[in-house]
Design a protein around this ligand. Structure first.
Ligand code: SAH
Ligand code: SF4
Ligand code: F3S
Length: 476
């Protein structure tokens, strides 16, 4: 699929970054004309669904929209609206369709309004067909592989009446140095790799994000150095499986080695990363985490299921026993490490007894938090063709898992009550403006008296009272 307007390639810079800056200039001209027509600065709104990868992608979109002259607002009644979509579970898709219906009303009242859809859902051909048929008021569709071409696509939207559709099946390119606008001045996500090669049998991500590609360490380091110079103290390294980072680079390097390089960056205070696949978590990484002063005491280690049989069909490539041994090793080496996880309930063939195994792992590992999902059938994945579990059984099992998670996590999170810990202040509390909210190294939140001047600072907080998943405290 490639409906883009034909370009005169000779006049364009060959280097992809320069090429996109060329289109940003051009788009700025279109936005300027629109501003004159409207008699005000045009507004835009980027709405993000899904994971931190998508959140980071949205920051790239906002960076370009700001550069070409849009005013960024949080209201979808804007001159340009983009939905950056997720398709990991069906409810993510349904939310997008619901919100699209609302946009139709806005567009009726503002005929100059432009609507774009991008992200993981767009990589599914059935979704493109549905939008063409039932949502033909949308102006632009693009996918995950060509997001770096956003400025160019934006120009096409101004030049073309019909829906602009540009979906790529894959890409080897990683385009550096395009504008980004961070949501938070003091913390940032950073892509260290794109795509996934694991093909867990329930998961659509490898199909919509393509094969695994790692960024060059020097590009990652340079980006972090620039961020730190710009006020960032905490970074989150992003990848679907950070533990396999660097294996396919021309000069291979391990994730643990990359972390050691990042640790040396002066002014950087905290390092987080997401996500660690248990099958690839090395002893080297455990040692590096143990010795690090900057790597946060939080490891997200998705279990998915506790039954070895189910894990096998899921293609997770570890057994219950291997997972437990790994968690135990981490606890032994780094006792203050918070471990969180993802769990799927209702995978095809999962019995009550299988779920008992999951519950057994939750009790043994004592997670600080666990995100529990009901299995969602994704078209094109191997699990979609397997026999599905009856809804009533899934519901019953889901409730049992959730109850166990809540009970164990409550106990686990409370273990620091009365202690003093470092917290990075993130925002003024939404419900009570006399409080601010800080994040501990182990990812737990603490609310305490303070004001906006503390935002972005790391302060010492006494954790006075644990309320389930968060603390109330005071600064010391
Ligand atoms: N790369 C990460 C996970 C990315 S998706 C990892 O491997 O851990 C985030 C979470 O969504 C997964 O951990 C899984 O628990 C959940 N998930 C993925 N596909 C799903 C599906 N089809 N139904 C329900 N949950 C799913
Ligand atoms: Fe999906 Fe598995 Fe890849 Fe995670 S590792 S993104 S669950 S296929
Ligand atoms: Fe969703 Fe895509 Fe992330 S499917 S979870 S937004 S990689």
């Amino acid at each position: 699929m490639n409906d883009r307007s034909v370009l005169n390639i000779q006049t364009l810079p060959e280097n992809e970054t320069e090429r996109q800056f060329y289109f940003m200039d051009k788009a700025a001209g279109y936005v300027e004309t629109l501003a004159q027509e409207l008699g005000r600065k045009p507004t835009c709104c980027v709405t993000t669904f899904g994971c931190q990868m998508n959140a980071r992608d949205s920051e790239k979109l906002v960076g370009i929209l700001r550069k070409v002259g849009y005013e960024i607002i949080e209201n979808e009644n804007a001159d340009f609206v983009i939905f950056n979509t997720c398709t990991v579970r069906d409810n993510a898709n349904q939310r997008v369709y619901g919100r699209l219906g609302e946009l139709k009303g806005f567009k009726r009242r503002n005929p100059k309004m432009k609507i774009a859809l991008c992200g993981c859902m767009m990589q599914e051909p059935s979704v493109i067909e549905k939008i063409k048929k039932s949502y033909n008021f949308v102006d632009l569709l693009f996918g995950t592989h060509n997001i770096f071409r956003f400025a160019e696509l934006l120009c096409s939207v101004f030049e073309q009446e019909d829906m602009v559709i540009d979906i790529w099946e894959g890409t080897d390119s990683i385009v550096e140095d395009l504008p980004v606008e961070r949501k938070y001045p003091f913390k940032s996500g950073i892509n260290i790799m794109f795509g996934c090669n694991n093909f867990c049998s329930y998961c659509i991500v490898p199909y919509v994000r393509g094969r695994e590609r790692s960024r060059e360490p020097k590009d990652i380091i340079r980006e972090i150095e620039n961020l730190v110079a710009d006020g960032v103290v905490e970074i989150m390294l992003l990848g679907q499986n950070v533990n396999s980072y660097g294996k396919n680079l021309d000069n291979p390097i391990s994730f643990a080695q990359l972390l050691q390089e990042i640790e040396k960056i002066e002014g950087l205070e905290r390092i987080r990363f997401m996500t660690s696949h248990p099958k690839d978590l090395s002893d080297e990484l455990i040692q590096v985490m143990k010795e690090s002063k900057k790597i946060c005491r939080h490891l997200h280690l998705p279990l998915q299921a506790g039954s070895t049989e189910i894990l096998k069909v899921m293609n997770r490539r570890y057994t219950k026993e291997q997972y437990l041994a790994l968690a135990e090793k981490i606890r032994r080496e780094i006792p203050d490490m918070a471990i969180t996880t993802d769990i799927i309930v209702g995978f095809p063939g999962e019995t009550k007894e299988d779920v008992d195994e999951t519950i057994d792992v939750i009790k043994k590992v004592q997670y600080d938090n666990a995100f529990t999902f009901i299995y969602s059938k994704r078209t094109g994945t191997p699990a979609a063709a397997m026999e599905q579990v009856p809804e009533a059984l899934v519901k019953e099992n889901f409730d049992r898992v959730l109850k166990t998670v809540q009970e164990t996590a409550r106990e686990r999170v409370a273990r620091y009550e009365g202690q003093v810990c470092d917290a990075l202040v993130e925002e003024v509390n939404e419900n009570d403006a006399s409080l601010v909210t800080g994040r501990l190294s182990n990812n737990t939140l603490v609310h305490f008296p303070g004001d906006a001047s503390l935002i972005g600072k790391i302060v010492n907080v006494s954790l006075d009272e644990c309320h389930g998943f968060y603390y109330m405290g005071h600064m010391v």
